[in-house]
Design a protein around this ligand. Structure first.
Ligand code: PLP
Length: 414
């Protein structure tokens, strides 16, 4: 008898389970709107052109060190460029790095992509600050719950989405946090392109949220998984973080940065955790970095180097960086076109309900507004796969399937 027989079954991760069900489905018209990955107009994965160019550079360089260990902190040049991307370069084509005392407020470490950055940040805070709880948006990327559960921090939610207006529930969020959040509680914020709703706070609302964090002594924790991918504009997508960074008196916060979506490097696991301190103190920064390195060393020694070398090569070269901007535009514009196409088709069909939120929400996802019953119906009748919340990944749409998807939505909402 195995000593593991008493293990309880674990619920499957929904996006991966939906993807599995889609793969099993033999219907030729099937459509996958479940998984959050970019797809081309032909429904295929897209290795970015700039990534292929960087891979060629790296291959030609035949660097004998290319398979050596990184340091525990990671690739320092990659980190410098990654930090600059989040906090620094104000002008679109700038490769200028953030310098001076501002840079010294940020302690950065390479991570196993965005998930690893979320996890490491959670572990850091759980062990060293012991927050009373973490405030997680309802709804959110489901893994936030798993990550903070594993870190052993009590989880509470704030109402993120207003179903009636199909937008960010600003009043609900402020009301809940003002009433119940306590000093040193953590608050998870999606820096842009909120997953799953695609609904973000406005700049004015971000300003109020930053004031609230200051007043209450909260620790903001930004999840930045879609910089540049959401709007095509790196500065716009990092606006919230840069605003929090500039706040006076200074805020302390974390940023979990992912390069999965904006570089299409999903399986390479490229990311960074940035911890922003309120004061610049060399010893404090050293100790903070040491603590992060200690956590990483005991888990997996250091992040992988294959993907971070690609990102470093691109961000460190003006020509390649410009190519990357073009690739970001290609992806974000295709998504925007598909939002428009779906909306136009639903309007043409006079489908029951209001659909303008499809155009207003941004990034990879839209919260369609279908009930769970309708989601199940569209799956069984039409072989269209989405999360049970009605979240669809817009990039699963293309010219060949968007009419079919709209007709199928039209069918299940009647
Ligand atoms: N955070 C959010 C909000 C996401 O949507 C995702 C991916 O879907 C991630 C983090 C992490 O992705 P990765 O670990 O691939 O960087």
């Amino acid at each position: 008898n195995s000593r593991f027989t008493s293990l309880p079954p674990t619920p499957p991760d929904e996006p991966f389970a939906v993807n599995g069900a889609y793969i099993e489905d033999k219907d030729p018209q099937k459509v996958n709107l479940g998984i959050g990955v970019y797809r081309t107009a032909d429904g295929l994965p897209w290795p970015l052109r700039v990534v292929e160019a960087a891979e060629e550079h790296l291959h030609e360089a035949k660097n004998v060190h290319r398979h050596e260990y990184l340091t525990i902190q990671g690739d320092r040049e990659f980190l410098r460029l990654a930090t600059d991307l989040v906090f620094g370069a104000e002008a679109k084509n700038s490769t200028q790095l953030m310098t001076g005392p501002d840079r010294d407020r940020v302690v950065s470490i390479q991570t196993v992509s965005g998930t690893g950055a979320n996890r490491l940040g959670a572990e850091l805070l759980a062990r060293n600050i012991q927050p009373g709880c973490v405030w997680i948006p309802d709804p959110t990327w489901a893994n936030h719950h798993t990550i903070w559960e594993l870190a052993g921090v009590q989880r509470k939610t704030y109402p993120y989405y207003n179903n009636a207006s199909k937008s960010f529930d600003f009043e609900g969020t402020v009301r809940t946090l003002s009433k119940s959040a306590k000093k040193n509680d953590v608050i998870i914020l999606h820096a842009c392109a909120h997953n799953p709703t695609g609904a973000d706070p406005t700049q004015e609302q971000w300003k109020v949220l930053s004031e609230l964090c200051k007043e209450k002594g909260l620790i903001p924790f930004f999840d930045l998984a879609y910089q540049g991918f959401a709007s095509g504009n790196l500065e716009q997508d990092a606006w919230s973080i840069r605003h929090f960074f500039r706040c006076e008196p200074k805020l302390e916060f974390c940023v979990a940065q992912s390069f999965s979506k904006n570089f299409g490097l999903y399986g390479q696991r490229v990311g960074a955790l940035h911890v922003v301190t309120s004061t610049v103190n060399h010893q404090t920064s050293q100790n903070l970095l040491g603590t992060l390195c200690h956590l990483v060393r005991g888990e997996y020694s250091m992040a992988p180097r294959g993907g971070s070398e690609i990102v470093r090569t691109v961000l460190g070269d003006k020509g390649l960086k410009n190519k990357w901007f073009d690739d970001l535009m290609t992806m974000s514009q295709r998504i925007q076109q598909m939002r428009q196409a779906l909306y136009d088709e639903l309007i043409r069909l006079k489908t029951l309900g209001k659909w303008d939120h499809i155009l207003k929400q941004i990034g990879m996802f839209t919260y369609l507004g279908l009930s769970e019953t309708q989601v199940m119906k569209i799956r069984s009748r039409h072989h269209i796969y989405m999360l049970k919340s009605g979240r669809i990944s817009i990039s699963g749409l293309n010219e060949s399937n968007v009419k079919y998807v709209a007709q199928s939505i039209d069918d299940v909402v009647r």
